[in-house]
Design a binder for this molecule. Structure first.
Ligand code: HEC
Length: 419
């Protein structure tokens, strides 16, 4: 049993390290020391011993509360930030959607909660453990190395209010310690090894170079083209849209279509079929208003397949606005009316008298080119499908204008009168 006399001019006592023969003796000693009033106790064992926490009075870590607090603060702040940017600072109304809606803001909120909680867990763990720490007086003890194989150790910090240089070692031995060692910490400043100092100087000066070069390049001009390390597809012989070109007299890079040209393979061989109307012959001097002659009959063989196709396409392309039955009450319209401040034009009911009276060619043209507030769908819906939709629109209109003659004779007697 040895107890080195502690404080010298070069070092001071930071605590005592006592070794015990077994875990049971260690736990017992922990209890004894604790009931003797010691509070700054710590134990080191080759394997986890759960009773130790209770024996030494180790409180559960406060880290979870830190993590919770950081997560809450992070989540609430980012939610408030998103609300502020979207609903207050730069409100933008898109299709009548609410300016702030919780579901849309969940992803960022979730990410920031996780991020702040993770930082709190990592940094909080370091802080609560007093890390990083470059050296520990424990590691100077040769005996202490056995804490990883078969040694059971108890330490008492010199900062413990009950600590006494004479009484505490005696108390530890009384509690069954086989060895008691004084842990000391050097009070003198050791000079940094020369090579370490030199390397720090070299690395430090090298690290200043890149920012200096960048700063120099930014504040001077150069004849040389700038360095372009990754080319990607940055240099392509092409014009960007809306730019100028020296090649053409008008200086425009984007060329307007030359009147009368048609993309290859798109020559309208059958205007009735492709446009739904024919321009009257130039010689006929058309009046401005009724220049077009609308096609009066669907230029396709009308079959139940075509009708079925039309129903399907109508429900895909038109029903969102016009409603499945065509009354103009589609979901988009309903929602827009509910949310908008009066800028929404409700879709026309296809059962409106003037629409019912329109020739099929005009309906076809409405789909192709749109009408007033209704956008054009020609680029999305192929010609044949447009005619199928027109056919289905006709069927829908007919469904609201049906007369008794439309009902097969054998079912007529089963009809009841409505009023
Ligand atoms: C984005 C919503 C929307 C969609 C989709 C839509 N429409 Fe319309 N449609 C409108 C609106 C709005 C009007 C009324 C425009 C106005 O009065 O300014 C209208 C008007 C019409 C008219 C009346 C034209 C006239 O001469 O007054 C017809 C017929 C019509 N739509 C058919 C269709 C068909 C067929 C489809 C499917 C290919 C379709 N619409 C898809 C919004 C839509």
């Amino acid at each position: 049993m040895t107890t080195h006399s502690a404080d010298t001019p070069q070092s001071h006592t930071v605590g005592l390290l006592a070794e015990f023969a077994s875990q049971d003796e260690l736990i017992q000693a922990g209890r004894t020391m604790r009931s003797a009033g010691y509070t700054s106790l710590d134990a080191y064992t080759p394997f986890p011993i759960h009773e130790l926490d209770e024996a030494l009075g180790v409180r559960p870590t406060r880290l979870p509360w830190l993590v919770l607090a950081a997560g809450l603060v992070g989540g609430i702040s980012i939610l408030a930030f998103q609300w502020w940017t979207n609903a207050v600072d730069y409100p933008m109304l898109i299709s009548g959607k609410p300016l702030f809606s919780l579901p849309a803001n969940i992803p960022v909120t979730f990410e920031v909660i996780v991020l702040s909680a993770a930082f709190a867990a990592f940094l909080g763990m370091l802080a609560l453990n007093g890390l990083p720490r470059l050296a520990s007086p424990l590691l100077r003890s040769v005996r202490f190395a056995r804490a990883t194989s078969d040694g059971f150790f108890l330490s008492v910090a010199a900062t413990d209010p009950s600590f006494d240089p004479q009484a505490t070692p005696a108390a530890l031995r009384q509690a069954g310690a086989t060895e008691v060692e004084t842990l000391t910490e050097s009070t003198t400043q050791q000079p940094l090894p020369r090579f370490l100092g030199m390397s720090l100087v070299v690395v430090g000066s090298l690290a200043v170079l890149p920012p200096l070069i960048i700063a120099g390049a930014r504040s001077t001009t150069s004849e040389k083209p700038r360095l372009h390390n990754v080319f990607n597809m940055d240099f392509q012989p092409k014009f960007k849209s809306q730019t100028t070109s020296q090649l053409f007299a008008d200086g425009r890079a984007m060329r307007p279509r030359i009147p009368g040209t048609v993309p290859r393979g798109s020559l309208p061989t059958n205007p009735e079929y492709e446009f739904g109307y024919v321009e009257p012959a130039a010689a006929a001097e058309p009046a401005a208003g009724d220049a077009r002659q609308w096609v009066e009959e669907i230029p396709l063989r009308v079959t139940s397949e075509l009708m079925e196709r039309g129903r399907e396409r109508f429900n895909i392309h038109c029903a969102v606005c016009h409603g499945r039955a065509g009354f103009g009450n589609g979901l988009v319209s309903q929602r827009a009316i509910e949310l908008q401040q009066g800028t929404w034009v409700p879709p026309t009911s296809i059962h409106t008298q003037y629409v019912v009276e329109q020739p099929v060619g005009q309906l076809f043209n409405t789909i192709t080119n749109g009408v007033r507030k209704m956008p054009a769908y020609g680029h999305q819906i192929p010609v044949e499908d447009r005619w199928a939709i027109v056919l289905y629109v006709r069927a829908l209109q007919r469904s609201q204008q049906a007369s008794l003659e439309d009902v097969p004779e054998d079912i007529r007697p089963t009809l009841r009168e409505l009023n």
